[in-house]
Design a protein around this ligand. Structure first.
Ligand SMILES: NC(=O)c1ccc[n+]([C@@H]2O[C@H](COP(=O)([O-])OP(=O)(O)OC[C@H]3O[C@@H](n4cnc5c(N)ncnc54)[C@H](O)[C@@H]3O)[C@@H](O)[C@H]2O)c1
Ligand SMILES: O=C(O)C(=O)C[C@]1(C(=O)O)C=C[C@@H](O)C=C1
Length: 367
């Protein structure tokens, strides 16, 4: 199967890496010759030679450019490769489909299948690409009754070859869903991080894991996200309005008038409820893991020794997170394991000389 990827940044290069490992023949095209060459050098596929590249007819063309140019690139690919199925990975679907519909005829449109892998990072470009980016992530496919079954099958097979799980959705339903689970979270993370801009550095230095958990995606690309937010403006605005209502209630409750504690407690409790609905590892319901905290010297090879010792105890690591103690060469490693193995792990690691300050049961965290 030949796949031609147009746009070889984070998503395009990650896809190229994943498909190359599954014996797909991948060619790469980008308006930036450096981006194209970099993705090729990293092993994502063969460079095709820049914009308007003339590659042997591919079976599938994947457009992985920024959303604001995606419609034009999709229309151009439908014309340039008259037998290929053309798909994309853009984060917004309704407006993109409308724009493509305005640029091509009905028979060409039948060869276009909009997609959106729900997998990404807060960094851009091929240098941040990973072959396992899509593993166990949802991959939304927006086909309709006019989509030929063989073309749909080829796109689904390609998505599944990356390790993703395919979900068929109407573009409108997709856009409403991602406003809530992706686009508004990005806005909120950015707003929270923005509050730090003028804070004294001594205050910021107190930051614990809570702030880091809430703000990882605040490092995302402003250019890309401006396009995503404007491309899904109506749905994002609707979710933000609901959020504003609840935010206003919290602000009023902080006047500490009658009923205020109820509002504050309810806000946190409703958050608990929403959090519990987020799917956990490999798309299953969230699992409660036991977290064993280990203090490790910040020296080369220590983590490898720790994981070997855990492996020797016959215990599986479900997740792990590492932090650094401020001003000290000390790492704080949280190892998540199934609760039944927690005590055995603590005793086993202590007997091997590892320093274990405490044990806490908590829910599975987010990457
Ligand atoms: N970043 C994420 O987390 C994420 C996740 C899922 C989907 N997406 C979607 O994937 C797409 C790409 O995002 P990304 O994060 O990989 O961006 P990126 O900036 O890392 O890469 C985009 C690449 O497209 C190239 N490009 C721009 N215009 C082009 C054109 N006309 N023809 C050919 N190449 C062109 C750029 O040079 C760049 O190399 C976007 O539509 C985005 O909505 C992103
Ligand atoms: O994990 C991240 O860094 C992401 O932001 C990825 C994420 C998301 O989950 O919201 C962001 C935008 C995409 O369209 C799909 C995935």
């Amino acid at each position: 199967m030949r796949v031609h990827i147009i746009g070889t940044g984070l998503l395009g290069a990650s896809l190229g890496l994943a498909l190359s490992q599954q014996n797909y023949r991948v060619s790469l095209e980008d308006t930036s010759p450096t981006a194209e060459q970099l993705a090729a050098d990293l092993g994502a596929g063969e460079p095709a030679g820049g914009q308007g590249a003339d590659v042997d007819e591919p079976d599938i063309v994947v457009v992985a450019t920024p959303p604001d140019v995606a419609a034009g690139v999709i229309a151009e690919a439908l014309r340039a490769y008259p037998r290929a199925t053309v798909t994309d990975v853009a984060s917004i679907k309704t407006r993109l489909l409308e724009a493509v519909r305005g640029m091509v005829g009905a028979s060409e449109l039948d060869r276009y299948i909009g997609c959106h892998p729900m997998a990404g990072r807060e960094r851009s470009g091929a240098i941040a690409a990973r072959p396992d980016l899509f593993t166990a992530r949802p991959w939304v496919v927006c086909s309709d009754e006019d989509t030929p079954a063989d073309r749909l099958g080829a796109v689904v097979a390609m998505a599944e070859a990356t390790g993703a799980s395919v979900i068929h959705l109407d573009p409108g339903i997709h856009d409403a869903a991602v406003a809530r689970v992706s686009h508004v979270p990005q806005v909120v993370a950015s707003l929270v991080a923005s509050q730090l801009r003028h804070a004294p550095l001594e205050e910021v230095a107190l930051a614990g894991q809570g702030l880091r958990d809430v703000t990882r995606i605040a490092a995302s690309d402003p250019g890309l996200w401006t396009q995503i937010l404007t491309g899904n403006a109506e749905e994002v605005r609707a979710v933000l309005r609901d959020l504003r209502t609840e935010l206003d209630a919290v602000i009023s409750a902080l006047d500490l008038g009658p009923g205020s504690t109820g509002v504050l407690a309810r806000t946190i409790a409703w958050g608990n409820e929403g959090y519990d609905r987020i799917p956990g590892k490999h798309g299953q319901a969230p699992t409660k893991y036991a977290v064993v905290t280990v203090l490790v010297p910040d020296t080369p090879g220590t983590l490898a020794r720790l994981f070997k010792d855990i492996g020797d105890l016959g215990i599986n690591v479900e997740d792990f997170r590492m932090d650094h103690a401020p001003g000290r060469r000390l790492g704080i490693v949280d190892v998540s394991v199934v609760p039944a193995t927690q005590q055995e792990l603590e005793i086993g690691l202590s007997s091997k000389g590892w320093q274990i300050p405490e044990s806490v049961i908590e829910k599975e965290g987010h990457a």
